[in-house]
Design a binder for this molecule. Structure first.
Ligand SMILES: C[S@@+](CC[C@H](N)C(=O)[O-])C[C@H]1O[C@@H](n2cnc3c(N)ncnc32)[C@H](O)[C@@H]1O
Length: 278
């Protein structure tokens, strides 16, 4: 069985350098209805009081959840650096923020009415173990709502960036490539049904939402270049990629200097039918 150790060591090292990278890059993204992907996930949990954020990072989602008074919030993450930022958020002074693995949650059985996860589930290895742990800490009937990455929308800057990145990675020595992260099944409804169904969850609801990240080219570059894949690349390679990206999006830049950029999130929601395996 894989333990996820090299992947988790990579994630910890990456977030030691970039502890708030996801919230900084994607927090400003907007769906067609004007909400961010964090707000969309937050709204899925409107009726829940005891909420766990799995892979909470620097705590942006938890902060949104804390706007409703009386909530008991908890977050778990591998990264002590990201958690340190979450602990600085005044609204999270009462939240239980724990350094740990989703595969071994540091919480008692039946602790939560809901579990949320924003852009984190798809990075986790031993996903059956994660599903079993989430089932264990949720009460029966508890909600699980996850946002996972769904790739580029197409015909915009992110798609072009991914094409350039793929070429760059092909030419990059294996020592400068990131380890394979997560389990592919988390990126499809069928895959999640398979994993979560075994842990006692009902059929997954699945919605794909485009998130607009358009803006000035420097800002779009800051967003797309925040991907994990760039972490191990040397400076010269990243600079070449940047120059190529600026050239690649020139023809799609609007007269006011904006580059269209968007990605999709897949929003997966389900409920725990019965108590998880003990
Ligand atoms: C892309 S970041 C998203 C952070 C935050 N949810 C957000 O959207 O701003 C993924 C987060 O998941 C955490 N993570 C990945 N695998 C994990 C695991 N097995 N257990 C706990 N946290 C994990 C990483 O440390 C990282 O903070």
């Amino acid at each position: 069985m894989t333990t996820g150790a090299p992947q988790e060591a990579f994630l910890q090292a990456f977030h030691a350098e970039y502890p708030a990278v996801t919230a900084e890059a994607f927090g400003r993204g907007r769906a067609p209805d004007g909400r961010s992907s964090y707000e969309i996930l937050c709204d899925q949990l409107a009726g829940s009081t005891r909420v766990l954020d799995l892979g909470c990072g620097d705590g942006l989602l938890l902060e949104l959840l804390a706007r409703r008074a009386g909530r008991q919030l908890a977050g778990v993450d591998l990264s002590s650096h990201s958690l340190a930022l979450a602990r600085c958020r005044p609204k999270l002074s009462e939240a239980k923020l724990e350094e740990g693995r989703a595969q071994e949650l540091p919480f008692a059985d039946d602790s939560f009415d809901a579990c949320a996860s924003h852009m984190a589930l798809m990075l986790m290895s031993e996903i059956e173990q994660v599903a079993a742990e989430v089932a264990r800490v949720l009460s029966p009937g508890g909600v699980l709502a996850c946002a996972v990455g769904g790739g580029a929308v197409g015909g915009e800057g992110y798609e072009r960036f991914l094409t350039l990145l793929r070429r760059t990675i092909e030419e990059t020595p294996a020592s400068r490539r990131i380890p394979a992260l997560g389990d592919k099944r988390t990126r499809s409804r069928e895959g999640l049904d398979e994993v979560l169904g075994r842990a006692g969850f009902a059929a997954v609801g699945w919605e794909t939402v485009p998130i607009d990240l358009s803006g000035p080219v420097e800002q779009v570059w800051a967003t797309v270049s925040s991907l994990y894949d760039l972490g191990p690349l040397d400076r010269a390679t990243v600079e070449r990629l940047r120059v190529a990206f600026f050239a690649e999006v020139r023809d799609m830049t609007t007269s006011d200097g904006h580059v269209p950029c968007a990605f999709k999130i897949c929003l997966a929601t389900t409920r725990l039918r019965r108590a998880g395996p003990r």
